[in-house]
Write a protein that binds this ligand. Structure first.
Ligand code: FEO
Length: 402
């Protein structure tokens, strides 16, 4: 059964939510599924902007058929070639064999890598700034390489000033009928998931996001329509999202606060973390978040590290090197290009090892990571006489926040 919603009289949302999926890219846990957005423009020429994941293809194809109402589909715009958005291209071509697939040179390279049997006669290759006329609607294509794949492009609809922004401004989570951000309290309900989506999926490519921002600088944007998450049409919400993306893509902390990412096999390092957290709070630090890297998926911790100014990590030795889940977390954090953070270390060396060295090499390989305070070191467990030294570390961290 089709399920569409009007955005304007002749522009429709034809996306589908998948509430059964448990991991995005088979990696990132999903608390509430994900929505694959797609859009339909009904004009002298008809156009669909991106398809959806294979898991929700049936409803998507019914949506197109319903809106076409017996007409032909003229264009399928391919803003992004990741399979969560292009898995139904073959189905579209099979059903509407005259459809023109609109993409750039890299789009079609990826199309041929993923899928066989789509005739190249269907390709319509566009370049940066090129415009496709549908009738009342003109679509301008803006190349956005590495936001977050090399072939990504945005499509700007000129009459309504809609930026179809591929994965940019996307979010994890399903949409529940309310497809617009102004139809629910998106900041409370969704901001952490919007941030987790950006930081983990796009985070590595902040420089590329900034480059695209320069291209968008002279465009009026009255609507942001991503491939995931809500559509933004309210001026305040659009400004809010552009502001957040500017912070995230320049690796600027949103606010002062401390994330403690720890590992602890027998509870001794955890006790140090808990004591330090109390010292930090006593010193007047607000916004302290503690995560056990063995318990919490890295993507949630990375989201918080992007939000806050300070990070404390524990370097616990395991088999003479860094505890494996901590090493995996730090590599993932470094991989999304985290920068401009204050970092402090707690170390536990029961019988020696290179844990601290490994942790420092990973984290301090990123730009502008400022070490705050001396390493607080225990050998197996913390002793009473070390209390002052831990308090001193808390005070150094407080100074870094002032
Ligand atoms: Fe939603 Fe990069 O795919």
């Amino acid at each position: 059964m089709y399920n569409t919603r009007k955005i304007y009289d002749d522009i429709h949302w034809i996306g589908v939510s998948d509430r059964t999926i448990s991991r995005f890219e088979n990696m990132f846990p999903l608390n509430d599924g994900v929505c694959y957005n797609s859009y339909f423009i009904d004009d002298e020429k008809t156009a669909v902007l991106d398809t959806v994941d294979s898991s929700v293809g049936r409803v998507f194809m019914e949506n197109i058929e319903h809106l076409l109402n017996g007409r032909n589909l003229d264009y399928l715009i391919i803003n992004h070639m990741e399979p969560d958005h292009c898995a139904n291209i073959t189905n579209v071509v099979l059903k509407y064999p005259n459809v023109k697939l609109v993409g750039n040179a890299k789009t079609f390279k990826f199309l041929e890598q993923f899928y066989d049997g789509i005739p190249s006669e269907n390709y319509l290759t566009v370049k940066d700034g090129e415009v496709l006329e549908l009738g009342k609607h003109s679509l301008m294509f803006i190349m956005a390489p590495l936001v977050h794949w090399p072939e990504v492009m945005f499509t700007y609809e000129k009459s309504k000033k809609i930026l179809f922004s591929a994965d940019a401004f996307g979010s994890f989570g399903s949409l529940n009928g309310n497809i617009f951000s102004d139809e629910f309290d998106f900041e409370i309900k969704l901001l952490p998931e919007i941030r987790r989506y950006y930081t983990n999926i796009v985070g590595k490519f902040g420089q590329n996001v900034q480059m695209v921002f320069k291209k968008l600088a002279n465009l009026e944007i009255d609507m942001l329509a991503s491939l995931h998450g809500p559509i933004y049409r309210n001026k305040n919400d659009i400004a809010f999202m552009l502001g957040k993306y500017n912070k995230w893509s320049t690796y600027t902390p949103e606010r002062k606060g401390v994330v403690i990412a720890y590992s602890s096999m027998y509870g001794n390092t955890q006790e140090v973390v808990s004591r330090l957290a109390v010292f930090l709070a006593q010193e007047g630090i607000k916004n302290i978040e503690i995560f056990d890297v063995s318990h919490t998926h890295a993507s949630y911790i990375i989201e918080k590290v992007f939000e806050y100014s300070n990070l404390i990590v524990t370097a616990v030795n395991y088999n003479t090197t860094l505890y494996y889940p901590m090493e995996a977390f730090l590599k993932e954090l470094s991989g999304v290009n985290i920068q401009n953070r204050n970092i402090s270390y707690l170390s536990n060396t029961t019988w020696g090892g290179t844990a601290l060295k490994v942790a420092k090499e990973i984290l301090e390989g990123n730009k502008n990571m400022t070490v705050v305070g001396d390493v607080f070191e225990i050998t197996s467990s913390m002793k009473k006489e070390q209390d002052e030294s831990l308090l001193n570390l808390a005070r150094e961290i407080k100074k870094s926040l002032d």
